[in-house]
Design a protein around this ligand. Structure first.
Ligand SMILES: *Cc1c(COP(=O)(O)O)cnc(C)c1O
Length: 340
């Protein structure tokens, strides 16, 4: 038995999701005729406090369609230096939208409004136009850090003052909302568009949501089609997505509790662990005299899987298939690695 702490993306659909897939009423979604997709999109729009929403194949596609819809080629986009859009999307914003990225170092993943204000370009014939500011919440590379609604508001107000749009990569936005005990709309009201993943901790097999105002989503549908993301009987995938949004968000607290349990145990073993706010635990491996790669290889031999984030940083991610016993077993195995 392996204990797979690589990512919350390894979660499989629940039995209720599989049943919902089998029973889904479907049609051709490119014609707008799939009733289950239409229902998912209207539930998602309402839940996220936006006029409209669109089902997309992945979080990456949602982010890319958002940048393509907001920007024209040559625009400048401000984003956090370790954000997913910048770090993990294959350079797609440059390749597809042809935008120039301006990266700013955040504080635990949060862009600072004063830095954004300084970075936004004024009117000068030499300058590109700052069309878009992207935030990420929770912030993956900052260790699942939560960006508070107030921090988002400050960035949003700054962007609006200068005529720039704001996109939120909210792949794990429900984790942020549950962690602070606040409604997702308290975050999304400080955005023009937002992406959320259905296929991570929420356990749907496939897909993400892109939400925004009606005109934005209409234009986004054209970009999605152009990227090959127009799907046909997609209701089979949207049906579990509906359950992801309506049944699976509150249980994320359990993942957060287990992440804290893992972090506490790792600290007791003498390891340096970054602050844990949601379901991600970043651990430094120097004190064990091992690189992240060496540490992971030893864990893998003993049946525990995680991923490396840096030469000496390992990421563990808790999710629905990880119980208390798995955390205890993981700690036991790590102790055996440290004392070997
Ligand atoms: C996972 C993730 C994405 C991309 O989602 P995919 O569905 O894997 O393409 C985007 N942003 C963040 C912060 C993520 O964690």
């Amino acid at each position: 038995m392996t204990i797979d702490l690589r990512s919350d993306t390894v979660t499989k659909p629940t039995e209720a999701m599989i049943r919902a897939m089998a029973e889904a009423e479907v049609g051709d979604d490119v014609y707008g005729e799939d009733p289950t997709v239409n229902r998912l999109e209207s539930i998602a729009a309402e839940r996220l406090g936006k006029e409209a929403a669109m089902f997309v194949t992945s979080g990456t596609q949602g982010n890319q369609v958002a940048v393509l819809t907001h920007c024209v080629s040559g625009d400048e986009v401000i984003m956090e230096a370790n954000s997913h859009i910048f770090y993990y999307e294959g350079g797609a914003v440059a390749a597809l939208a042809g935008v120039q990225t301006r990266t700013l170092a955040g504080v635990r993943g949060a862009l600072q409004a004063a830095d954004v204000a300084r970075a936004i370009r004024g009117a000068d014939i030499h300058f590109p136009r700052t069309r878009l500011v992207c935030m990420e919440n929770t912030h993956n590379r900052a260790g699942g850090a939560v960006v508070a609604p107030e921090q988002m508001e400050a960035v949003y107000e700054t962007a609006k003052r200068h005529g720039a749009a704001v996109h939120l990569d909210g792949a794990r936005l429900f984790n942020a909302a549950v962690a602070l005990g606040r409604d997702v709309t308290e975050f999304t009201r400080h955005t023009d568009s937002v992406t959320v993943c259905l296929s991570k901790g929420l356990s749907a097999p496939v897909g993400s949501i892109l939400a925004g105002d009606r005109a934005f989503i209409e234009e986004a549908r054209w970009w999605r089609k152009k990227l090959g993301g127009g799907l046909r009987q997609a209701g089979y995938l949207a049906a579990p997505g509906i359950l992801a949004l309506t049944e699976m968000t509150e249980r994320l607290q359990e993942d957060h509790a287990r992440a804290r349990m893992l972090a506490d145990g790792l600290r007791k073993l003498g390891l340096h662990v970054e602050p844990v706010e949601t379901n991600i635990v970043l651990v430094r491996t120097e004190s064990a005299g091992l690189t992240a790669e060496q540490f992971l290889a030893r864990l893998a031999e003993r049946g525990v899987r995680a991923v490396d984030f840096d030469e000496y940083v390992v990421r563990f991610t808790t999710h629905r298939h990880i119980g208390d016993q798995d955390i205890l077993k993981t700690l036991e195995i790590i102790e055996s690695v440290l004392t070997a």
